[in-house]
Design a protein around this ligand. Sequence first.
Ligand SMILES: [Zn+2]
Length: 406
Amino acid sequence: MTRVALENNAEYIFYCQIESWTALKENLKHGRCVRLYGIPRGQYEDLETLELISVTTIEIDYWSFYKACNDPETASIILSKANDSNSQSFNPKEFWFQVILKENKKGLTCAYDTFFSEDYKRYDVSEFDRLNEINKQPTISTISELVPFPSFRDKTMHQENLTFSAFHVGQGNCSIAYGGKTGIMIDAGAGAPIRKREYKHNNIRNELSLIVDKLDRIIVILSHKDSDHWRLLSWDSALFNKVDAIYIPCGINCLAFKDTRIRSKLLPTQSVEFDSSNMRIFAHRSVPIKLNDNSECLVSVIENKNRKVLVPGDYMYSEIMTDRNVRISSLHSDRFHAVIVPHHGCEESASNIVQPNNPARAFFSAGTHAGYNHPRKNSLTEHSKIGYTNISKRTEENIIEVKLLE
Ligand SMILES: [Zn+2]
């Protein structure tokens, strides 16, 4: 039962931060929503010291948001449906909001425990207000208090012969190196057309779970904080229970990661490396010229002799090229046996593409989110023009493995 359901009052007050305003509802069928992470108002003051924190995900449908929002600046940006606020002077993600929910079995807004919820409740939104007394940056850190983990080299897998695969997971990213008892997962996300309900009820073919079932332990390298890159960790407790550690870019903030269930596994890092008998897997923290949710990231490379796979999350080729961390910028002059195309093959991923080490493949990890329309035709064309063979299956409703390096 969710904590939301445990309360007696019909009205619930949350303090929230916005995750995305171009999200698709996870539980209720169809429709866009504003997705927030929230904590009960009563927990806000003690957020730094509380031992047990359960973060609630709230999905407010667009029409309800429009009616309830009392903050014109936020409303205009969110309702413009712009995918991000890079071009705006005001970024709603930098603020806390007070959201008042009223239970209504037919309400179009729903709330559920962020991790492993079996259930959700429906609500109406009666108020949505920006907390003006709290200045531009949240004064309460949402995970940056974690001490950065030193750069780390793990050789415990030195006898293991690994295969590196990416998966069709819809609008998200997920890949894994596996072969022995330990798996190194780079991102663990999914999105439309892969839906939580079908995933949880095993109503789809899931080739990732066939691999995970055989592993004793999983280490996750998370490219950045967006949930389309880690959502499977919140859906799948069998997967999550095998996860020993989650390396995240040091310095990032995300209210969802404050949840007690995930927080103890997080290791904010500058760089991490794993050596197996046939592969080297490493990731470096970006030092981007332009800060945004996608650019504060870990860029990963999987290497087998002179064959390399680039796994950049949502960090563009042009950003890799100009990154202030030379270990990242120097990657741009390498040649790659495969790339997982940045940001699901968005328009910008058509520029400054890294060179292929022929024969080379470009894996487009994108789904049916109509607002994004990934992968873009231009990106597909430009990758194939310089010699990549494209792999793209945006309407695939099953989780299907594609081996990229053996
Ligand atoms: Zn993404």
